[in-house]
Design a protein around this ligand. Sequence first.
Ligand SMILES: N[C@@H](Cc1ccc(O)cc1)C(=O)NCC(=O)O
Length: 717
Amino acid sequence: MPDSKMDETKKKKKKTAECCGYPISIFFIVVNEFCERFSYYGMRAVLVLYFRYFLLWDDDLATSIYHAFVALCYLTPILGAIIADSWLGKFKTIIYLSIVYAVGQVVMAVSTIHDITDANRDGTPDNFTLHIALSMLGLVLIALGTGGIKPCVAAFGGDQFQEHQSRQLNTFFSVFYLCINAGSLLSTLITPVLRAQECGIHTQQQCYPLAFGVPAALMVVSLVVFIAGSGMYTKTAPEGNIMGSVCKCIWFALNNRFRHRSDIYPKREHWMDWAEEKYDKLLIAQIKMVLKVLFLYIPLPMFWTLFDQKGSRWTLQATTMTGDFGGFVLQPDQMQTVNPILILTLVPIMDRIIFPLIKKCGLNFSPLKRMTVGMLFAATAFIAAALVQMEIDKTLPNFPSSSESQLKVVNMHSESLIVTVPSQEPLLIGSFESSPDYITFDQQDIRLAFNTTPEINKDLSLIKGSRQTLIIPSEPAEMYLKEDIKSKPKEGKNAVRFVNGWTAYLNITNLESSLQPSETSNYTLVSQGMRKFTLTDGIQSCEFSRKFGFGSSYTFLIPSDLFSTDCESIKEIEDMQPNSVHMALQIPQYFLITTGEVMFSVTGLQFSYSQAPKNMKSVLQAGWLCTNAVGNIIVLIVAELGKLPKQWAEYVLFASLLVAVSIIFSIMAYFYTYIDPAEIEAEILKQQETDPDKKKKKETLEMEEKENEQEIKQTKI
Ligand SMILES: N[C@@H](Cc1ccc(O)cc1)C(=O)NCC(=O)O
């Protein structure tokens, strides 16, 4: 046995220091996890904004790279597990990969300092390639680090417990999950605030270096805390290239089974038993245990497919709702923090009250049953989301379909106008007013008639699937079409634009350029709350204030008496009503999915640890995390394939799929027998010591020899 292995085995035998029945070493592990999750979720919270507003990528590229990064973070655990179980052991793997992780976070933070390439000091980087290269390098290192250590930390925590501490072991996994959520909750609240600060050497910009720098610092703290506990850990030694042996053993069993497919050979209990000729019984038994669990994992990605839509579809749903809670206003993406808040309350309630109560009632709520119920909770959460969506749909504007066009008419002329529209009653539109709502047309080409003197007939070619406004300026013959937004503004913001009825050009705060007379500005997005606009023609100015809700759209008509009325005569046309369904209605769906998460995820973590043989604990943790990666990939595929015409129908579809999958899972779980890997391993070792049973091996080899002889004879004949 190599020296290092001897050392580690000795350490395993020594009694670990305890406090209240728990090994003291787990304190360092849970603090380490808290800091690491703070680092990970804190960085993730501002990542898309960094792509969008610092690197100036468009929405699609920003979200694709973001999802690819998250998927990579859940694929790298398998690499970490192989390194830990086959080569370095969990302890060293955590240390080395944490260093990679911390370096990645630092590189990421450095990539966000605009001053490093801002030679002309205009506040924007001059060399985007360098910033992109640095941030991509940082992200790959982070994915390698966070994913790599993830299966090792949970398993390493589990390794600290002795056999008599199984109750404490279960509590450890719950506390571990609490720490994950406490860290992620704090960081998702803090880093966006840091980002909103202004900082810089030459120019003051949004402070991305601080928003990424604090997570980097927390990762360093995480590493230091982990190393500080070094002397107290129980470290299990890696047992050589276990993954290599596993693959070779499976390959041999399959080949051997195929070569002995004839009925003359005695059947074996399990196909893996066909590896007995060459491989150790203990290894075969361990592979059987792992395969049994991995087989059970097949339906699990569906849970994550639903779960991970909290961050995408549910946040989009929140953008069509109102977040005004009276005393405070919640932004749509902040709704996600309800998940860790609920975890922090639900985990203790489940552990201390619900599960013991169920046990007291004499019910056997086994881990696999809990996981099935967790899946059903997630499915119900999606039914709740569908019901909320139906409520929202009732309040949404009637957007045009791809074959329809919609038109609104705005009259900036000093007199009322009568407009004759195809297949409609003539419309009377007052001065500085608009037609009551959008008019929907099935055809693209329409002719409008106006009762001006002389009468004007206007042929318009409308855009299919679009909303447009016909602006009639003070000189009606110069009327023109302007395209409107055709969906709710992003992130619950409000889209506003101005039509200049003033006789000279106007500068308006928040608008990109000055407005010529009769011109209509492009939309500008403003957040919820009181917003102030200053209008000036260079000589005179006035201020116009308005309170906005969530998700509305307005066209403001600027009259010719603007300055004499101190901006009070500005008229507003409501193109899209503000959202009216309250975000609080999402709380039940968050409650249901989080209850599902506690039953499914915390239990799954414990189950993966308890059912794995000692040398493959990290591998099974990685397998568990892989179900999450597959779930994320399904979300990406579904998003690419397109949606059902109605969002609520998509929610119901996902809920039904998960119910179907949970039924399949419950059947598989019914046939699963819980094992104690340590007990099985000990038994096999004992058997091997007393009775190295080679009988079966011999029989097969003899049969094989006979078969070969016969074959040789036949070929001779
Ligand atoms: N409940 C999640 C954490 C979380 C926190 C904040 C969010 O906005 C979303 C999710 C969880 O516990 N995940 C497990 C993990 O290991 O990260």
